[in-house]
Design a protein around this ligand. Sequence first.
Ligand SMILES: Nc1ncnc2c1ncn2[C@@H]1O[C@H](COP(=O)(O)OP(=O)(O)O)[C@@H](O)[C@H]1O
Ligand SMILES: [Mg+2]
Length: 290
Amino acid sequence: MARSAKLIIASIVLLVFGFCMYNRPAKTLAQLPPPESQFLKACHVTWNRFNRHAFSPDMVSSTLTPNPRWMINEITTKEQKQIQSILSQPFTFFGEGAQAIAFQSKDEKYVLKLFKMRRFTPSVLDQLCPHVVRRRLRNLHWVFNGYKNAYEDLRKETGVVWIHLAKTNDMNQKLTLIDQEGCLHYLDADETEFVVQEKAELLFHRLERLAHDGKLAEVEKAIQSVCTLVQHRIDKGYADRDKAVSNNYGFVGDRPIQLDVGRLYKGTKERQLEHVKDRIERWKSERVSS
Ligand SMILES: Nc1ncnc2c1ncn2[C@@H]1O[C@H](COP(=O)(O)OP(=O)(O)O)[C@@H](O)[C@H]1O
Ligand SMILES: [Mg+2]
């Protein structure tokens, strides 16, 4: 057989082997002897490059230097202990949007939100297109500004417990993440931009569950409480550029929250409450017709 044909076959075999092994949980990877595990790590990185859905720490790590604009006031020792205790739990992949990836804490009470930093930090290549650089920096500003406002002014309304949007050097804590494939990842909390938020049940999941159980009065009560939340946010002087409703609102117990604040800004906008009401009406009519 020609030498090149042998090379091609060998590469295919290696790729298939790597691909199959990659899908194993991290524990199995760790049990392999070093040369194999090194090879699999290389496969892992390569595969992640091609597989947009798989999580890898480089998706959420950044070269951002700490910006005073995103820093927050010092918290009390009691609050510090609470944050440390939340962050000491392992977090399992929970959901993702265009800009953030959410991981759920082991006690299922909190969400650790990490940001898809590629969207926010211009690469060397991006520098060739000034409009791309501007777009990425604008995105970063929108999202970080939204979470900072939420933390400082809308904590109860958004369930935001803590924000870490500027790197630090005094946390000395590791974040333990378990991705969609069951693989373990460790991140340095000091070096990572993230948000801790109360975990919510998504709006339509809750409405669906209540309606399914025949609790129609509770459905109406839940809808009313979300509308009150939106009006309250408007009254406080905040508007939302994000039009999505189904993935952006939810409930912590009976308390409604706006869980995605990445497009929240100080300002006004027409028909905000009407938009949410229209979406809920659509859910009702789709339910009746199905
Ligand atoms: N506090 C939360 N409770 C429950 N699920 C959440 C929470 N935060 C985020 N999620 C899940 O993660 C997804 C992405 O988070 P989100 O903040 O909406 O990011 P993006 O700004 O990228 O849309 C949400 O659509 C939701 O499914
Ligand atoms: Mg969202």
